[in-house]
Design a protein around this ligand. Structure first.
Ligand code: ATP
Ligand code: MG
Length: 262
């Protein structure tokens, strides 16, 4: 379980996260949504130990501040909102960064399986810098999947922390990546994903954490969080949610939102 309690983050004089408390369960996809600058990435970066914070964060019962980097690397993989690479790596070399060294045997099959999962099986020796933006994003996801290939080895859940994993992907690959997240959770692992697409979030999330101005505005099942009043308040514009069949999941209809704005 990921447990964040009374989290506060300051950047200089700016109080960026204010008393944020949330939990995420293994076996579930937890999505953090909210407007630009609301604190989603900062919350995720605190949860991965990449930002100094006040408060308490535990992962599977371990205090984050006491986890050694190698222990954290075995427990969770992190897909940042953006990644830059300084060296002219090939695709497979980028994915190999995720592999754990010091283990017996050739592990390239793990890297190759991860590439296959993100639909880049034929890209192994392509120069990373020559790939499109969406392809590069999927290479980084493959790197994370190579680091955390199993959702629950030794009965200890592993975690994927994904910051906007579908941001630059076409609709087919968005669905594919969300399915990877769903399958990982269904296999017993935990997924925490920052999302902007509220409809994909509604389809795949077990729990939504809606942030606004560095605080949590609403938490719960999509049906509970995705209401006209709550979303309109968070995003400061008039938004309309429907629940169309089949499934009757909350769905933000852009034309309804546009009509509301006119
Ligand atoms: N390193 C930093 N130094 C100073 N301010 C920062 C830093 N990182 C983030 N901030 C500020 O903290 C606030 C929250 O940023 P954060 O990146 O968490 O937003 P976000 O919700 O992920 O937004 P987006 O949807 O645009 O990615 C913003 O106002 C941002 O300007
Ligand atoms: Mg962000």
């Amino acid at each position: 379980m990921l447990l964040i309690n009374d989290l506060n983050v300051h950047f200089g004089a700016a109080h960026v996260l204010k008393n944020v408390s949330l939990s995420a369960l293994p076996g579930a996809v937890t999505c953090i949504v909210g407007p630009n600058g609301s604190g989603k990435t900062t919350t995720l970066r605190a949860a991965t130990g990449d930002v100094a914070y006040e408060g308490s964060i535990t992962l599977n019962g371990h205090s984050l501040k006491r986890l050694e980097p190698w222990q954290a690397a075995r427990l969770r993989g992190v897909l940042p909102q953006s990644s830059t690479l300084a060296f002219p790596f090939t695709v497979i070399e980028v994915v190999r960064i995720g592999l754990h060294t010091g283990e017996a045997g050739d592990q390239d099959h793990i890297a190759l399986a991860a590439l296959d999962k993100v639909d880049l099986a034929g890209y192994t020796n392509r120069p990373y810098h020559e790939l499109s933006g969406g392809e590069q994003q999927r290479v980084h996801l493959a790197r994370v999947l190579a680091q955390i290939p199993d959702a629950k080895p030794d009965d200890d859940p592993r975690w994927l922390f994904l910051d906007e994993p579908v941001a630059s992907l076409d609709i087919a690959h968005q669905l594919q990546v969300m399915k990877i997240a769903r399958d990982f959770a269904d296999a017993g692992g935990g997924v925490v994903a920052v999302m902007h697409d509220l409809n994909l979030t509604s389809m795949f999330a077990d729990k939504i954490v809606l942030m606004s101005d560095g605080s949590i505005l609403a938490v719960g099942h999509p049906a509970r969080v995705m209401t006209n009043a709550t979303l309109s308040r968070a995003y400061r514009c008039d938004l309309r949610v429907s629940c169309p069949p089949p499934g009757n999941l909350p769905f933000l209809l852009p034309h309804a939102a546009r009509a509301a704005a006119e």
